[in-house]
Design a protein around this ligand. Structure first.
Ligand SMILES: [Zn+2]
Ligand SMILES: [Zn+2]
Length: 472
């Protein structure tokens, strides 16, 4: 099959084995059928699920895996039967791309849970027998029923994480009626899912308590996200002080933990909903029996809820906090995701860092994660200069500043769309040992234009040879 040999009409990035290392990969998207839309992907969020399937965590990965299921983009072609969308519409695709639309679950707006099995956005067998490929790619073709309208005013890069992280917490909050103003909500964990839970909780008028294992999240929880209270969950005294005070808890923690300390926080008939997938969770039944409490689970949701959530976020100005990254940063992003070092969602700027290469794998390979910090920039710089693309150089220091959560809101210092942004990887040690300037980029906040040529030629020399190309 052409799609698996590295040929095809679409350029993506794929994991080839359980190392989970991603690199450029060409494959075939199907022709646009009468019920399909073709979407030029502009942005794709990086979810824990992308990492888990790239590394075959569940034992069912079918390589090459092109991950990505928080997809935002622009309609570029519509099939003959499609009247919901037109070319130019802003749209999103989430975790599933098809279902039977006929079973009880599909008829109850729970398409993801389709009794015949929903088709997942990547690593799933599609209707034509091919394996689905996700949003770490330049475009996709999808049945229009599984494509959602992103309101025009809502920036696409912020819409991407809503399609999984946003929906994953919005759906159970609505289902369990956690939208009653004045009620008290606890949020366990403050990552991609947790920070959206706080945002929805505040928008619903709830009193929100963040329950975290680390004090390092306290300031952000209270000031940046607007939580009402922060409780260090390992501090028994703090936990006792809020015993039996919460109506609801959303548990987003993905590491193994006991539920008991949290169950004790619930009021009688309170509900805790688990939305992440730790390996094991223990609890003493007495902790739910006496309080008549409910432990529930939730995953994704259906089409109706997806559209409702997108519209709600646009109407109430709810934006995830994101770090926008170029495609070739994804392996580093996976590393940081593993280390929980992300505030709060990575979003890949497909439009400027992958789509720019058209379908040219060789050019995309020139910016494959290089062996040195400077190699990445040198590779990109060679290309943008050869192509005459205007560019901005962003040093490590600026990089850090740009990615401060407070800056990643609409209207802040986001990179201009007509420019390629060259990112440092913030690792001066690597730069120094590779023959770069003293201390790499440390202390340097200049842009590329103001650096002298001698320094630039050093960058280029570091990466004189393109990285070795990995065949399938
Ligand atoms: Zn996800
Ligand atoms: Zn169904």
């Amino acid at each position: 099959m052409a799609a698996e040999t590295g040929d095809g009409n679409c350029l993506g990035w794929a994991a080839r084995d359980p190392s989970g290392f991603l690199s450029p990969f060409k494959f075939n998207r199907r022709a646009v059928g009468s019920d399909d839309v073709s979407i030029k992907i502009t942005h794709c969020g990086v979810c824990n699920g992308d990492l888990l399937w790239s590394t075959n965590e569940f034992g069912d990965s079918i390589y090459p895996v092109v991950p990505g299921h928080e997809i935002a983009g622009i309609v570029q072609e519509v099939g003959a039967n499609v009247d919901r969308f037109k070319i130019g519409d802003h749209v999103g695709v989430g975790f599933f791309v098809n279902s039977c639309r006929d079973c009880e679950l599909c008829n109850n707006d729970l398409e993801f849970h389709c009794s015949k099995g929903a088709i997942i956005t990547f690593n799933s067998v599609d209707v034509d027998g091919t394996i689905t490929k996700g949003g770490f790619s330049t475009f996709m073709v999808v049945h229009h029923e599984y494509c959602f309208k992103i309101p025009d005013k809502y920036p696409l890069e912020f819409a991407a994480p809503l399609l999984c992280a946003g929906l994953t917490v919005y759906a159970p909050m609505k289902l369990h009626k956690m939208d009653q103003p004045g009620k008290r909500l606890g949020v366990i964990g403050l990552g991609g899912l947790g920070h959206m839970t706080v945002k929805f909780g505040k928008a619903f008028g709830l009193e929100v308590t963040v329950l975290s294992t680390t004090m390092s999240k306290k300031d952000e929880a209270l000031t940046l996200l607007g939580a009402d209270r922060f409780v260090l969950s390992s501090d028994e005294q703090q936990m006792n002080a809020i015993a039996k005070s919460l109506d609801f808890i959303i548990d987003t923690a993905s590491t193994d933990h006991s539920l008991d300390p949290y169950l004790k926080l619930l009021k009688t008939t309170g509900v805790i909903v688990i939305v992440a997938a730790p390996g094991e969770m223990k609890f003493s039944p007495i902790n739910i029996v006496l309080g008549m409490n409910t432990i529930a689970g939730s995953a994704v949701a259906g089409r109706k809820m997806t559209q409702e959530m997108l519209d709600y976020c646009a109407a109430h100005d709810i934006y995830p906090i994101i770090e926008t990254i170029p495609m070739h940063y994804v392996n580093e992003a996976f590393k940081r995701l593993r280390a929980r070092d992300v505030k709060y969602r990575f979003v890949i700027d497909i439009q400027t860092s992958l789509a720019e290469f058209g379908n040219d794998v060789d050019r995309a390979y020139a910016v494959e994660p290089a062996k040195t910090a400077f190699g990445i920039k040198a590779g990109i710089r060679r290309i943008v200069e050869a192509e005459g693309i205007p560019y901005t150089y962003v040093s490590s220091n600026f990089f850090a500043g740009y990615f401060l959560p407070g800056l990643s809101q609409p209207g802040s210092t986001t990179p201009p769309r007509d420019k390629v942004v060259i990112l440092g990887d913030g690792n001066p040690k690597v730069g120094a040992s590779s023959g770069g300037r003293n201390g790499g980029e440390k202390g340097n906040e200049d842009d590329g234009e103001t650096q002298d040529e001698e320094e630039w030629s050093e960058f280029i020399n570091v990466d004189a040879a393109p990285p070795t190309r990995q065949e399938n």
